[in-house]
Design a protein around this ligand. Structure first.
Ligand SMILES: Nc1ncnc2c1ncn2[C@@H]1O[C@H](COP(=O)(O)OP(=O)(O)OP(=O)(O)O)[C@@H](O)[C@H]1O
Ligand SMILES: [Mg+2]
Length: 233
């Protein structure tokens, strides 16, 4: 069983795009995988309850069918910081509840891709953050860097804090969210400064055809290099 917690340098840097691409890459490699968005703010009402676009995208990219409630145990209507969104609905986020949903997902597929919310230290209550969720799940972390001005500082701060939390930062992904050619130098600079395996480098592509995005990822960086390991699934 393998799982990863996908965090980012900020909100809107490509965590969902990369998480879905990772699910696709695993599927193409013949490895069943399911996505999870433990806490989401910004949800639309539906007959079945609030629904979040990220959670729906991860569910659609998963190769197994999972209950929405397990993919996204906390879904808040307001598109704001999750602890404020939780406060507005009178809900307390219980990390043990997230862990139970995660455990059910691990029963469906050998790989789980968990997308965080916002950046690494986003609070989920007055005393806890999403970092506590990642720690409780015991997952290695993948850092998505939204390549734009300021990204180097954000990436280094985030990497330092992940390690300070005692979590294993296993890889990073460069996601070009700004087409400015001045940023061409950022990816090699970040590679040097982060000193981490590069799982993938996504070009600037606002239209982002869904099919094929998995080709930007190198699964060997996550330990899938050995064909014998793949065939064990
Ligand atoms: N490589 C890219 N090129 C151009 N646009 C991109 C790229 N990656 C992501 N985007 C766009 O940026 C926006 C944010 O992407 P995405 O939803 O994946 O980020 P996120 O980190 O998951 O955001 P959130 O914090 O809301 O969960 C989307 O509109 C997406 O289409
Ligand atoms: Mg997202």
């Amino acid at each position: 069983m393998k799982g990863w917690f996908v965090t980012g340098t900020d909100t809107g840097v490509g965590k969902t795009r990369v998480s879905c691409a990772l699910l696709d890459a695993l599927t193409v490699a013949g490895v069943p995988a399911v996505g999870m968005k433990p806490v989401a703010s910004g949800c639309e009402p539906s007959a079945a309850g609030p629904r979040n676009a990220d959670a729906e995208a991860l569910r659609a990219a998963s190769s197994v069918r999972a209950d929405y409630a397990d993919v996204n145990p906390y879904a808040f209507p307001a598109a704001t910081a999750p602890h404020l969104a939780a406060l507005a609905t009178g809900v307390t986020i219980d990390i043990a509840h997230v862990c139970r949903s995660y455990a059910r997902l691990t029963g469906l597929a050998p790989c789980v891709v968990v997308e965080g919310i916002g950046g690494w230290l986003v609070p989920i209550s007055r005393s806890q953050t999403m970092a506590d969720v990642a720690a409780a799940l015991g997952l290695p972390v993948i850092l998505v860097v939204g390549v734009r001005l300021g990204a180097i500082n954000h990436a280094l701060l985030t990497a330092r804090e992940i390690r300070t939390c005692g979590l294993k930062l296993v890889a990073w992904v460069a996601n070009r969210i700004d087409p400015d050619p001045i940023l061409d130098d950022y990816v090699p600079a970040l590679g040097h400064l982060l000193d981490l395996p590069l799982l993938g480098s996504f070009p600037y592509d606002p239209a982002a055809a869904k099919a094929g995005s998995q080709s930007f990822l190198d699964l060997s960086q996550l330990g899938f290099a050995d064909p014998a390991e793949k065939s064990s699934y």
